[in-house]
Design a protein around this ligand. Structure first.
Ligand code: S5P
Length: 273
């Protein structure tokens, strides 16, 4: 993997325009933090995005948990993304046949393709899900193509996760087959070297790794979530650490965001030295 290189170096050489932008944002803001803004009203979401904006590279949403989603949610979020220079990741975890995920991604009630730079999917349905989402994001008449990318959910942080072994290896194979659309993975470590994959890596392969289940003060929750620290995640290959309750449920969310930013950046600097 290229995880020993700086974000700046990876931004200069990465073949994917959205990956380049991600690394540029991280470098410019000295932040590899993605906040998982799992709040349930538009006001809370926009308030968090504005207060935490300076300290994060990416905001991750579960847009379908908002009780009052409307076009104002999206215009508000987009305005804050430009104001603070962060990208938007909708954690919809598409998992269906190609024909269905295309309709869930583009149009519909949530219009995800219009505003989410990054989406993710699970590969339970097979490689066709990646092909279907790529087809929609890269259609000739879709205006945002170069600013759209997919992360494959190759592993999960929950206790007893079945996304292991051959399933994780298939995730890597599919990512290799769609390099212009797949940015990398949501996983607990860097992937690609010893997974038992069948598709050979290319010279320029540089998957972006987002690691969730990051928390500084807890080891897990009562529903099977399992946490590691920013240091541990980045040491295992995370390029971006995702923290939800560790930040938004802290007594002072801004203070917490700063702490994750500092620790995430220090761990990154230690890795690239
Ligand atoms: O394996 C995973 C993948 C994801 S995307 N485990 C996860 O927890 N997530 C998401 O990360 C989850 O849906 C939630 O939005 C966030 C973790 O939140 P936290 O409050 O536990 O940090």
């Amino acid at each position: 993997s290229k995880s020993h290189l700086t974000y700046g170096a990876r931004a200069r050489t990465h073949p994917n325009p959205l990956a380049r932008r991600l690394f540029e944002v991280a470098e410019a803001k000295q932040s590899n933090v993605t906040v998982s803004a799992d709040v349930t009203t538009t006001q809370e979401l926009l308030d968090l995005a504005d207060r935490l904006g300076p300290y994060i590279a990416v905001i991750k949403t579960h847009i379908d948990i908002l009780s009052d989603f409307s076009s104002e949610t999206i215009t508000g979020l987009q305005a804050l993304a430009s104001k603070h220079n962060f990208l938007i990741f909708e954690d919809r975890k598409f998992i269906d046949i190609g024909n269905t995920v295309q309709k869930q991604y583009h149009g519909g009630a949530l219009r995800i393709s219009e505003w989410a730079h990054i989406i993710n999917c699970a590969v339970l349905p097979g490689e066709g899900i990646v092909q279907a989402l790529a087809q929609t994001a890269q259609a000739p008449d879709f205006p945002h193509g170069p600013e759209r990318g997919l992360l494959i959910l190759a592993e999960m942080t929950s206790k007893g996760s079945l996304a292991t072994g051959a399933y994780t290896a298939a995730s890597v194979d599919y990512a290799r087959n769609y390099p212009s659309f797949v940015l990398g993975f949501v996983s607990t470590r860097s992937l690609g070297e010893a997974e038992g994959t069948t598709v050979a890596p290319s010279e320029e392969e540089d998957f972006v790794v987002f690691t969730t289940g990051v928390n500084l003060s807890s080891k897990g929750d009562k529903l099977g979530q399992q946490y590691q620290t920013p240091q541990s995640a980045i040491g295992r290959g995370a390029d971006f650490i995702i923290a939800g309750r560790g930040i938004y449920a802290a007594p002072d969310a801004v203070d917490a965001a700063r702490q994750y930013q500092q620790q995430g950046w220090a761990a990154y600097l230690a890795r690239v030295q």
